[in-house]
Structure formats: C-alpha cells, structure tokens
Design a protein around this ligand. Structure first.
Ligand SMILES: Nc1ncnc2c1ncn2[C@@H]1O[C@H](COP(=O)(O)OP(=O)(O)O)[C@@H](O)[C@H]1O
Ligand SMILES: [Mg+2]
Length: 234
C-alpha cells in the first residue's frame, strides 16, 4: 500500500500541492489527470521518493520513504519525462546496466523478454542514439519494468508511442495489475485512462477537485464532459 497523507509541497513562494492525500492498494490502477502545471508530475516525484514534501507523510507499506532508502525505491518503478537511458548503449546494454544496479536476477533472459514485450527485440544491438522518440519510450518502459516493482508510477507513458506501442503498453499495465501491482498513471489521453484505470482524480492548481471510479462501459464523451465541468466549473 502506498499512502500519501496530507502532502503539501511549496517551492519558493509557490504552493505546488495542497493537502494531498491518496492511498493506493495492491492491484489498483489510478489515473491522475489535469491541466499543465496542475502539480501531477510533482506528486509522482514525491511518491517515488525523488523529492521531499514540505509537510505530510509518504508511506510505503507503512514505512516512510526517504531520499536514500534504496531498497524501498526499488519497489517503485518511476517513469518520468526523462528516459534515464544511455545514448551510446544498445537497448540490451541499457537493460543490463539497470539490471546490475537493481540486482536483477537472470538479466539476459528478462531483458530479452521485456524487449520482445515492447517490440524492440529486432533493435536490441543498435545504439539507441539513432532511435525515434517512440522507440526510446518503449525502452524506457522496459527499463521501469525490469526490477519488477510493486508500484508503477508512469508520467505520460503514452506520449510519443504509435498505436501498436500504445496497445502493448496497455496490455503490460493490465497484466501487472492482475498480478497485484498498483499503477498510478498520468495521461492526457482519456481513452487510455478509461481503458486501463479503475479510478481517476482530477488535479487542478495543486488540489484534487474531483475523483471518480471508472467502469468499463464509461463512454469517452461523458468522461470528457465530467472533466470539463470539473475544471472549467472551478
Ligand atoms: N523545481 C521546481 N521549481 C519551481 N517550480 C516548479 C518546480 N517543479 C515544478 N514547478 C512548478 O510546479 C507547478 C506544477 O508542475 P508539474 O508538477 O510539473 O505540473 P504537471 O505535471 O501537472 O504539468 C508548475 O507551476 C511548475 O512550474
Ligand atoms: Mg507533468
């Protein structure tokens, strides 16, 4: 269980997040949506232990997350706007590097399996500096899954992906969710949010302004109307 309790984040004289609380249970998949600058990415960095809150607590299975708690952080797979990959290395070499860092067993086998899962196995031995944005994003997704984290925090993972890769990613998320892994997803693509998530929060100006469950029958039009009413109504 990942719990954020009354988190406030102030940078300089700006309040980025105000009194934010969320509890994420095993196998739960929650989307965080909202306008640019709402505080979504800041929330993910806090939850991943990459940033400290000004006040409030973040607990991973009851333990506080601190900046250097390496073991705790291994259990959180964070995909941010940067890929954290090395341009001069091939996909397989990048995964080997992170595999060693996270002490992953059977790196070769797992690396190949993940490269197949994201559709990059034909490119496994080519340095990634020549890769398109979507190919880099596919590899970044494989990297995040490598250490088999219990929590996946994916900040706009669909960005730059083609249709095939979007389906592959959604499939990977659904499989992980079935295994009890919890997912937090930031996306501006409401179709993917409805497809993958059980619940959605709208963050606006650092506050949660609305929160709902998603049932699979929910239509995109009615979702958009709910979002617009919440954001424009405030
Ligand atoms: N390191 C930082 N220093 C100052 N302001 C920041 C910093 N990081 C984010 N912000 C500000 O916090 C607000 C929320 O940013 P962010 O969390 O990236 O929003 P979102 O992901 O919803 O677009 C923005 O106004 C942004 O300018
Ligand atoms: Mg962001």
């Amino acid at each position: 269980m990942l719990e954020l309790k009354e988190i406030t984040k102030i940078i300089g004289d700006k309040i980025i997040l105000r009194n934010f609380s969320l509890a994420l249970s095993p196998g739960e998949s929650v989307a965080v949506i909202g306008p640019n600058g709402a505080g979504k990415s800041t929330f993910f960095k806090l939850a991943a232990g990459l940033m400290q809150p000004t006040s409030g607590e973040i607990l991973l299975n009851g333990e506080q997350i601190k900046k250097k708690t390496h073991l705790l952080k291994k259990r959180i797979g964070y995909l941010g706007h940067e890929s954290f990959l090395y341009n001069s290395l091939t996909p397989l070499e990048n995964l080997r590097f992170y595999g060693k860092l996270y002490k992953v067993k059977n790196i070769e086998e797992k690396g190949m399996e993940l490269l197949k899962a994201v559709g990059l196995h034909y490119f496994k031995d080519i340095p990634i500096r020549s890769f398109s944005r979507g190919m880099i994003q596919r590899l970044a997704i494989a990297r995040v899954l490598l250490a088999e984290p219990e929590f996946l925090l994916l900040d706009e993972p669909h960005t730059g992906l083609d249709q095939e890769a979007v389906s592959l990613l959604n499939q990977l998320m659904k499989e992980r969710q079935k295994q009890g892994i919890s997912i937090l997803l930031i996306s501006h693509d409401f179709e993917q949010v409805i497809n993958v998530c059980d619940r959605v929060l709208i963050l606006n100006k650092g506050r949660v302004i609305s929160d709902r469950n998603i049932d699979p029958q929910l239509e995109l039009m009615s979702f958009k109307k709910w979002y617009e009413a919440a954001v424009i109504g405030k």
